[in-house]
Ligand binder design. Sequence first.
Ligand SMILES: CSC[C@@H](O)[C@@H](O)C(=O)COP(=O)(O)O
Ligand SMILES: [Zn+2]
Length: 212
Amino acid sequence: MNTPAFDHNLYAGCAAQIISHTRELAAKGFTPATAGNFSIRMDADHAAITISGKDKGRLTEADIMVVDMANTPVATHHRPSAEAALHTHLYRRYPDVGAVLHTHSPTQTIAGLLYADQGRVRLRDYELFKALRGRTTHETEVDLPVVPNSQDMDELTASVDAALDAANNWGYLIAGHGLYAWGRDISEARRHLDAFEFMLGCELELRRLGAR
Ligand SMILES: CSC[C@@H](O)[C@@H](O)C(=O)COP(=O)(O)O
Ligand SMILES: [Zn+2]
């Protein structure tokens, strides 16, 4: 008998967690028209990730596949997310990252466009900083990087790498596109995503009020 390419029980557990979060995020309107992609690290060499082009509000286990850290599909002919390279980049860059979530909410999309020229959204004085792992006070500034959008994944990955060298964080925006957020596990990644979404919404409202 052949040795399986990965632990199926582990895969099924990862798939269940991804499906639970994607349904909630889709219900919030964060994954319009099949947008968004989601993954969980299974081990040092593998991640469970959404198949490209699926409606993220209606995923089943069959819509989650496995890739290695070079984005090569493992034991499947399915095509991984078009942005799988952005997920594996984070797993390679940060060995303690266990999950990566990507959404396209209106707030994330607009903020990415508004702050593209500055290359970051500078957040100040939010109590919600404490939702970000490692932050213990509101009395600081947190830069959320903004990188230009590109359909060339090598170019996009290089932009993200440089932006994170300049401002290490638990997320980044792609201009006109959406947010990537990550954490040590999917609950932490979701907390980070929710915190960025909230603070970006506040920034947009402050701009409307002429305060930024
Ligand atoms: C449906 S447009 C959005 C896509 O181009 C992409 O940005 C996205 O988030 C989803 O792509 P996918 O290949 O399904 O992971
Ligand atoms: Zn996207």
